[in-house]
Design a protein around this ligand. Structure first.
Ligand SMILES: Cc1cc2nc3c(=O)[nH]c(=O)nc-3n(C[C@H](O)[C@H](O)[C@H](O)COP(=O)(O)OP(=O)(O)OC[C@H]3O[C@@H](n4cnc5c(N)ncnc54)[C@H](O)[C@@H]3O)c2cc1C
Length: 410
């Protein structure tokens, strides 16, 4: 019987593997690490004495591929978030607090309510969001929306940085347009913030691995694929320190590694080659996360802060220029932001700084032009991963959708 070999157990590989296993395919999953999840995982932090996520991941109820994936693996009830489409913000400079609120339906009457939209904006300012529908490949976020004053400073810029993990003066507008089209443009019901109730692995990884085991898949951890044997434009073997696998004539392969690994394995494959980092700081402290469980912070170093069970977690996106910053100094700066926003004590609690150097590819027009489609010159291999040409930025939704596409092609 033929098999499907899935290389990489990040969410793209898990999406492809579970989708294929659900359709009765014999799946073999190869993962270089000893754990699954890739850039979306939880782990026990010895220094903090608790379990943390590598980084805060925010999703939206309109992430339909993600929601379908969670249902498939039996983890549909593991997500948390407010029961309303609400995004609270704190301005650390002025001390202002406000919350963006959307109505559930498609007609955006929320823009007419002064207490629901961003303070200092007018209803007609929001009409400019329609510019996104016509975004061309070379349009930049700042170029397209940067003239929108308060609306840009207080909402569009922070949302763009969060969604694209790239500074808006160099980020392409097209992937932001794709995010808006699948969320805000479809109304509040598609724009509810969602995050794992316990942890990333508890939602996205562990249930998927259990699903695969139940469906007869073979899971190989610590199984890095270092090379492909190729003959007549088909892969005939997988090779690695712990792997020497012959690929049968009817076998198929899903290559769901990060882009730099895919380019090493497939000669001539063009992939994004510039990346942006994300810093996450986890403090052993508590805050009241309010109505949403998180806040957007403006005017400080910290950008988003999440109330977690045992820690307060802070995200700083598009952080290449802060990557080499001294750890203690960075933590002190972020703690000072948290003190201003939440009245926390002066003494900094134990903390952990997680630096994800290549968190996402840089969402610039030049990098987007390097995204490959799923099919390759190798007839029995398809690509999956957040870097493939999904139209979405480098996100869980994009990664999961790429896995579905790969499974469908197979
Ligand atoms: C800190 C942080 C915050 C983020 N925040 C958000 C967010 O808020 N919302 C959102 O939607 N997205 C967010 N993202 C992005 C999201 O995590 C990624 O888009 C997604 O996890 C990518 O999944 P992937 O499967 O494509 O790649 P990866 O997660 O990189 O998976 C690739 C897998 O392949 C394995 N592998 C590599 N080489 C080999 C090899 N040779 N052989 C076998 N296996 C190999 C790796 O170990 C890894 O497990 C964030 C990312 C980070 C890092």
């Amino acid at each position: 019987m033929s098999r499907v070999h899935v290389i990489g157990a990040g969410v793209a590989g898990l999406s492809a593997a579970t989708s294929l296993a659900a359709r009765g395919a014999r799946v073999v999953l190869y993962e270089a690490a000893k754990w699954g999840g890739g850039r979306c995982r939880s782990y026990d932090d010895l220094q903090l004495g608790c379990r943390i996520d590598n980084g805060n991941h925010l999703l939206l109820s309109g992430n339909l591929s993600t929601m379908a994936y969670l249902e498939r693996i039996g983890a549909g009830d593991t997500m948390a978030g407010p029961d309303k489409p609400v995004f609270p913000f704190i301005d650390l400079v002025s001390g202002d607090y406000w919350a963006l609120r959307l109505n559930r339906g498609v007609t955006p009457w929320w823009v007419l309510r002064k207490d629901w939209r961003v303070p200092g904006t007018r209803a007609r300012d929001y009409l400019a969001l329609r510019r996104l529908q016509k975004a061309r490949p070379d349009d930049l976020v700042a170029g397209l929306l940067g003239d929108l004053g308060v609306l840009y400073d207080r909402l569009l810029e922070p949302l763009a940085i969060a969604a694209l993990n790239t500074r808006p003066d160099v980020a392409a507008a097209a992937p932001l347009a794709a995010v808006v089209a699948e969320s805000i443009a479809r109304g509040g019901a598609a724009s509810m913030p969602r995050y794992p109730a316990i942890g990333l692995s508890e939602s996205f990884v562990d249930p998927a691995l259990a699903f695969l085991r139940e469906n007869g898949a073979e899971l190989r951890f610590g199984a890095r694929i270092a090379g492909l044997t190729v003959s007549d434009a088909r892969v005939t073997g997988l090779v690695g320190p712990q792997v020497d696998e012959i690929i049968g004539p009817n076998d198929r392969i899903v290559l769901a590694t990060p882009p730099w690994v895919a380019a090493e394995l497939i000669e001539g494959l063009v992939v994004p080659d510039q990346f942006e980092s994300i810093l996450n700081l986890h403090f052993r402290a508590g805050i009241d996360g309010g109505v949403a469980g998180f806040y957007g912070l403006l005017g400080g170093v910290a950008e988003w802060v999440f109330e977690k069970t045992e820690v307060v977690s802070v995200t700083i996106s598009a952080a290449n220029d802060r990557l080499d910053r001294d750890t203690d100094a960075l933590a002190a700066e972020v703690w000072s932001d948290l003190r201003r926003g939440f009245g926390l004590p002066r003494t900094m609690p134990p903390y952990r700084v997680v630096r994800e150097k290549r968190a996402t590819f840089a969402a610039t027009p030049a990098q987007l032009a390097r995204r490959p489609g799923p099919q390759t010159r190798l007839g029995n291999l398809v690509l999956a991963g957040d870097y493939t040409a999904t139209t979405l930025p480098s996100t869980i939704e994009g990664a999961i959708r790429s896995g579905e596409t790969a499974a469908r092609l197979i």
